[in-house]
Design a protein around this ligand. Structure first.
Ligand code: PEP
Length: 251
């Protein structure tokens, strides 16, 4: 019922030439997709070039962040109107690196999610606990708050994608066990069910955190894991295509 998604978050990597080469290689490798979607999130500077390459293919474009106003005197920010204009379908919102280094709060995430939806962009809203929070046994309290606050005032959930990314697993090589990830994914789905009832069953919840072609198969076999948000491994063609192939084979 839910179609899988594999999203590659290139973060602050790749010049235009590097982005073009990677996008072309990925496009060549994913010519036929069954029941799923591949999403590429290059840096802002490469969005236009990557959009030209994936045009007409089954790959969608995402931005890694956006501001919550359409336009105005906000030096250095990028508006969702601009992202739509350049060809984005998705936008990553509330990534833990935005929360950590740029002090984004749940209230900012909420403003961005609502604005993205209002303008027809699909938010990939990231949530996840730190190492310390997991140690203190407050994972559910933290993730529950992030989900509820991030979605506050959102009436229609259909176009929202959630990414559960334990902060301790991002870029560390310390991947969550399938049981740990499934436990939080099921918890998130239960929260969505409380708020959105039957619509919760159709919401894609991605796992992110040190995903590779070697560890994705057992994660994606879990009932409530509908795909992956991939950082480091999305920068290498073979690694990313391996993840896509393993997900497509399982779901
Ligand atoms: C991410 O940045 O969203 C991420 C999951 O990174 P990595 O795959 O490198 O852990």
């Amino acid at each position: 019922m839910r179609t899988w998604i594999v999203a590659g978050n290139w973060k602050m990597h790749n010049t235009n030439e590097e982005s073009v080469a990677l996008a072309k290689a990925i496009k060549d490798g994913v010519s036929s997709l069954k029941n799923g979607e591949v999403v590429l999130a290059p840096p802002f500077t490469s969005l236009y070039r990557v959009a030209q390459i994936i045009k007409g293919s089954s790959i969608s474009l995402a931005a890694q962040n956006m501001f919550y106003e359409d336009k105005g005197a906000f030096t250095g920010e990028i508006s969702p109107v601009m992202l739509k204009d350049i060809g984005c379908t998705y936008v990553i919102i509330g990534h833990s690196e935005r929360r950590k280094y740029f002090h984004e709060k749940d209230a900012d995430v909420n403003l961005k999610v609502k604005k993205a939806l209002a303008l027809g962009l699909k938010p990939i809203m990231c949530v996840g606990e730190t190492d310390e929070e997991r140690e203190k046994n407050v994972t559910r309290a933290v993730v529950g708050r992030q989900v509820k606050e991030g979605l506050r005032g959102v009436d229609k959930i259909d176009n929202v994608v959630i990414a559960y990314e334990p902060v301790w697993a991002i870029g560390t090589g310390k991947v969550a066990t399938p049981a740990q990830a499934q436990d939080v994914h099921a918890f998130i789905r239960a929260i969505l069910k409380d708020i959105y009832h039957d619509a919760a069953a159709g919401i894609r919840i991605l796992y992110g955190g040190s995903v590779t072609a070697d560890n994705i198969s057992e994660l994606i076999a879990m009932e409530d894991i509908d795909g992956a948000l991939v950082g480091g491994a999305s920068l290498k063609t073979d690694g990313f295509l391996g993840i896509i192939k393993n997900i497509a084979g399982e779901k």
